[in-house]
Design a protein around this ligand. Structure first.
Ligand code: NAD
Length: 300
């Protein structure tokens, strides 16, 4: 069996990815700072610790590394920039350099299609659109993409970069600052007040988590490349509120608060390059994805 290392395996996307890759017949080892120590295929490692990463790669020698571990909050990146850079840039570069050293074939990096392009003049954005992040988080993702280009040019390591839109689905943490579908769903099912930051007219591109895990494997098996992974559709936060309210029979009105620093106004991603390169396209509509997510949260 081919071995795969998934970083961030204790998180939302990493968790789904581990399950999907195992279903596809791979031997998967998960790494996370918060990994459950009882799971034999999980390693509780801080990716910022270079020695621990070295020991792990030496021992496992994976063919593919899916690098999903990150500081994932835009707001947190503005509050604690150093932590964001240490986790999202320095640890990522170190992991890629050591991957090259230990003969990893392909490094798959989870960048961000939502945070890289800032507020573009036209939507949906293609990969050729100017990179103009508004946050430390987006800047860190952009920097790491650039470093990976250099590492790829100077070593045998192949790199594929996913630029996902807003990912949502079962298992997303509803208690963080990011992940509006999970946060709204949890609050609505409990009958609690929901807060919208801004006037609700800011838009995002929402992509269901299973579509992202499929894109990730396609990006490992297809040509090394950098592609947007989204639906191409702009959906306002107000619209998300209404869709989830309908499926949870929620009656309260939202509270509107000031927008948070670093957040973009509008974004939607053109995914045609991922279709051409990796034969990937989204398959789960927003209505269906929200339905599955609400049903999952209802059972918890
Ligand atoms: N969720 C989204 O909407 C979205 C959109 C675009 C890109 N991404 C990217 O996809 C990846 C996965 O995101 P997610 O939604 O699963 O986030 P998540 O926060 O659920 O998971 C990230 C995981 O990384 C782990 N981690 C953080 N710092 C670590 C460290 N120093 N060492 C080891 N593990 C560490 C965390 O414990 C967490 O389990 C991230 O790189 C994120 O930037 C996510």
């Amino acid at each position: 069996m081919e071995k795969i290392l998934v970083t961030g395996a204790g998180g939302f996307v990493g968790g789904h990815l581990v399950t999907y890759l195992q279903e596809q017949g791979y031997e998967v080892i998960g790494v996370d700072i918060n990994a459950p120590t009882t799971e034999k295929n999980f390693r509780p490692i801080d990716i910022r610790n270079q020695e621990h990463i070295r020991e792990l790669l030496d021992q496992i020698r994976p063919k593919f590394i899916f690098h999903a571990a990150a500081q994932t909050s835009v707001t947190e990146s503005m509050r604690l920039p150093k932590k964001d850079v240490e986790t999202n840039v320095l640890a990522s570069i170190n992991l890629a350099l050591q991957s090259a050293e230990f003969g990893v074939k392909r490094f798959i990096f989870f960048s961000s299609g939502g945070a890289l392009y800032g507020n573009p003049s036209e939507l949906p954005v293609s990969e050729d659109t100017e990179i103009k992040p508004l946050s430390i988080y987006g800047t860190s993702k952009a920097a790491t993409e650039n470093y990976l280009n250099i590492i790829q040019s100077n070593t045998n390591l192949e790199c594929s970069v996913l630029r996902p839109a807003n990912i949502y689905g079962p298992g997303q943490n509803p208690f963080g600052e990011a992940g509006v579908v999970a946060i709204f769903t949890e609050k609505m099912l409990r009958g609690e007040q929901v807060t919208i930051f801004g006037n609700g007219q800011q838009s995002r591109d929402y992509i269901y988590v299973e579509d992202v895990t499929k894109a990730a494997l396609a990006s490992a098996l297809g040509a090394p490349n950098t592609c947007n992974i989204g639906s191409g559709i702009e959906t306002t936060t107000q619209n998300i509120f209404e869709l989830i309210a309908k499926q949870t029979s929620y009656q309260l009105l939202p509270i509107y608060e000031n927008e948070r620093p670093g957040e973009v106004d509008r974004i939607a991603l053109d995914y045609s390059k991922a279709t051409a390169q990796w034969n990937w396209k989204p398959t789960v509509t927003l209505e269906e994805g929200i339905h599955r997510t609400v049903e999952w949260f209802r059972k918890q």
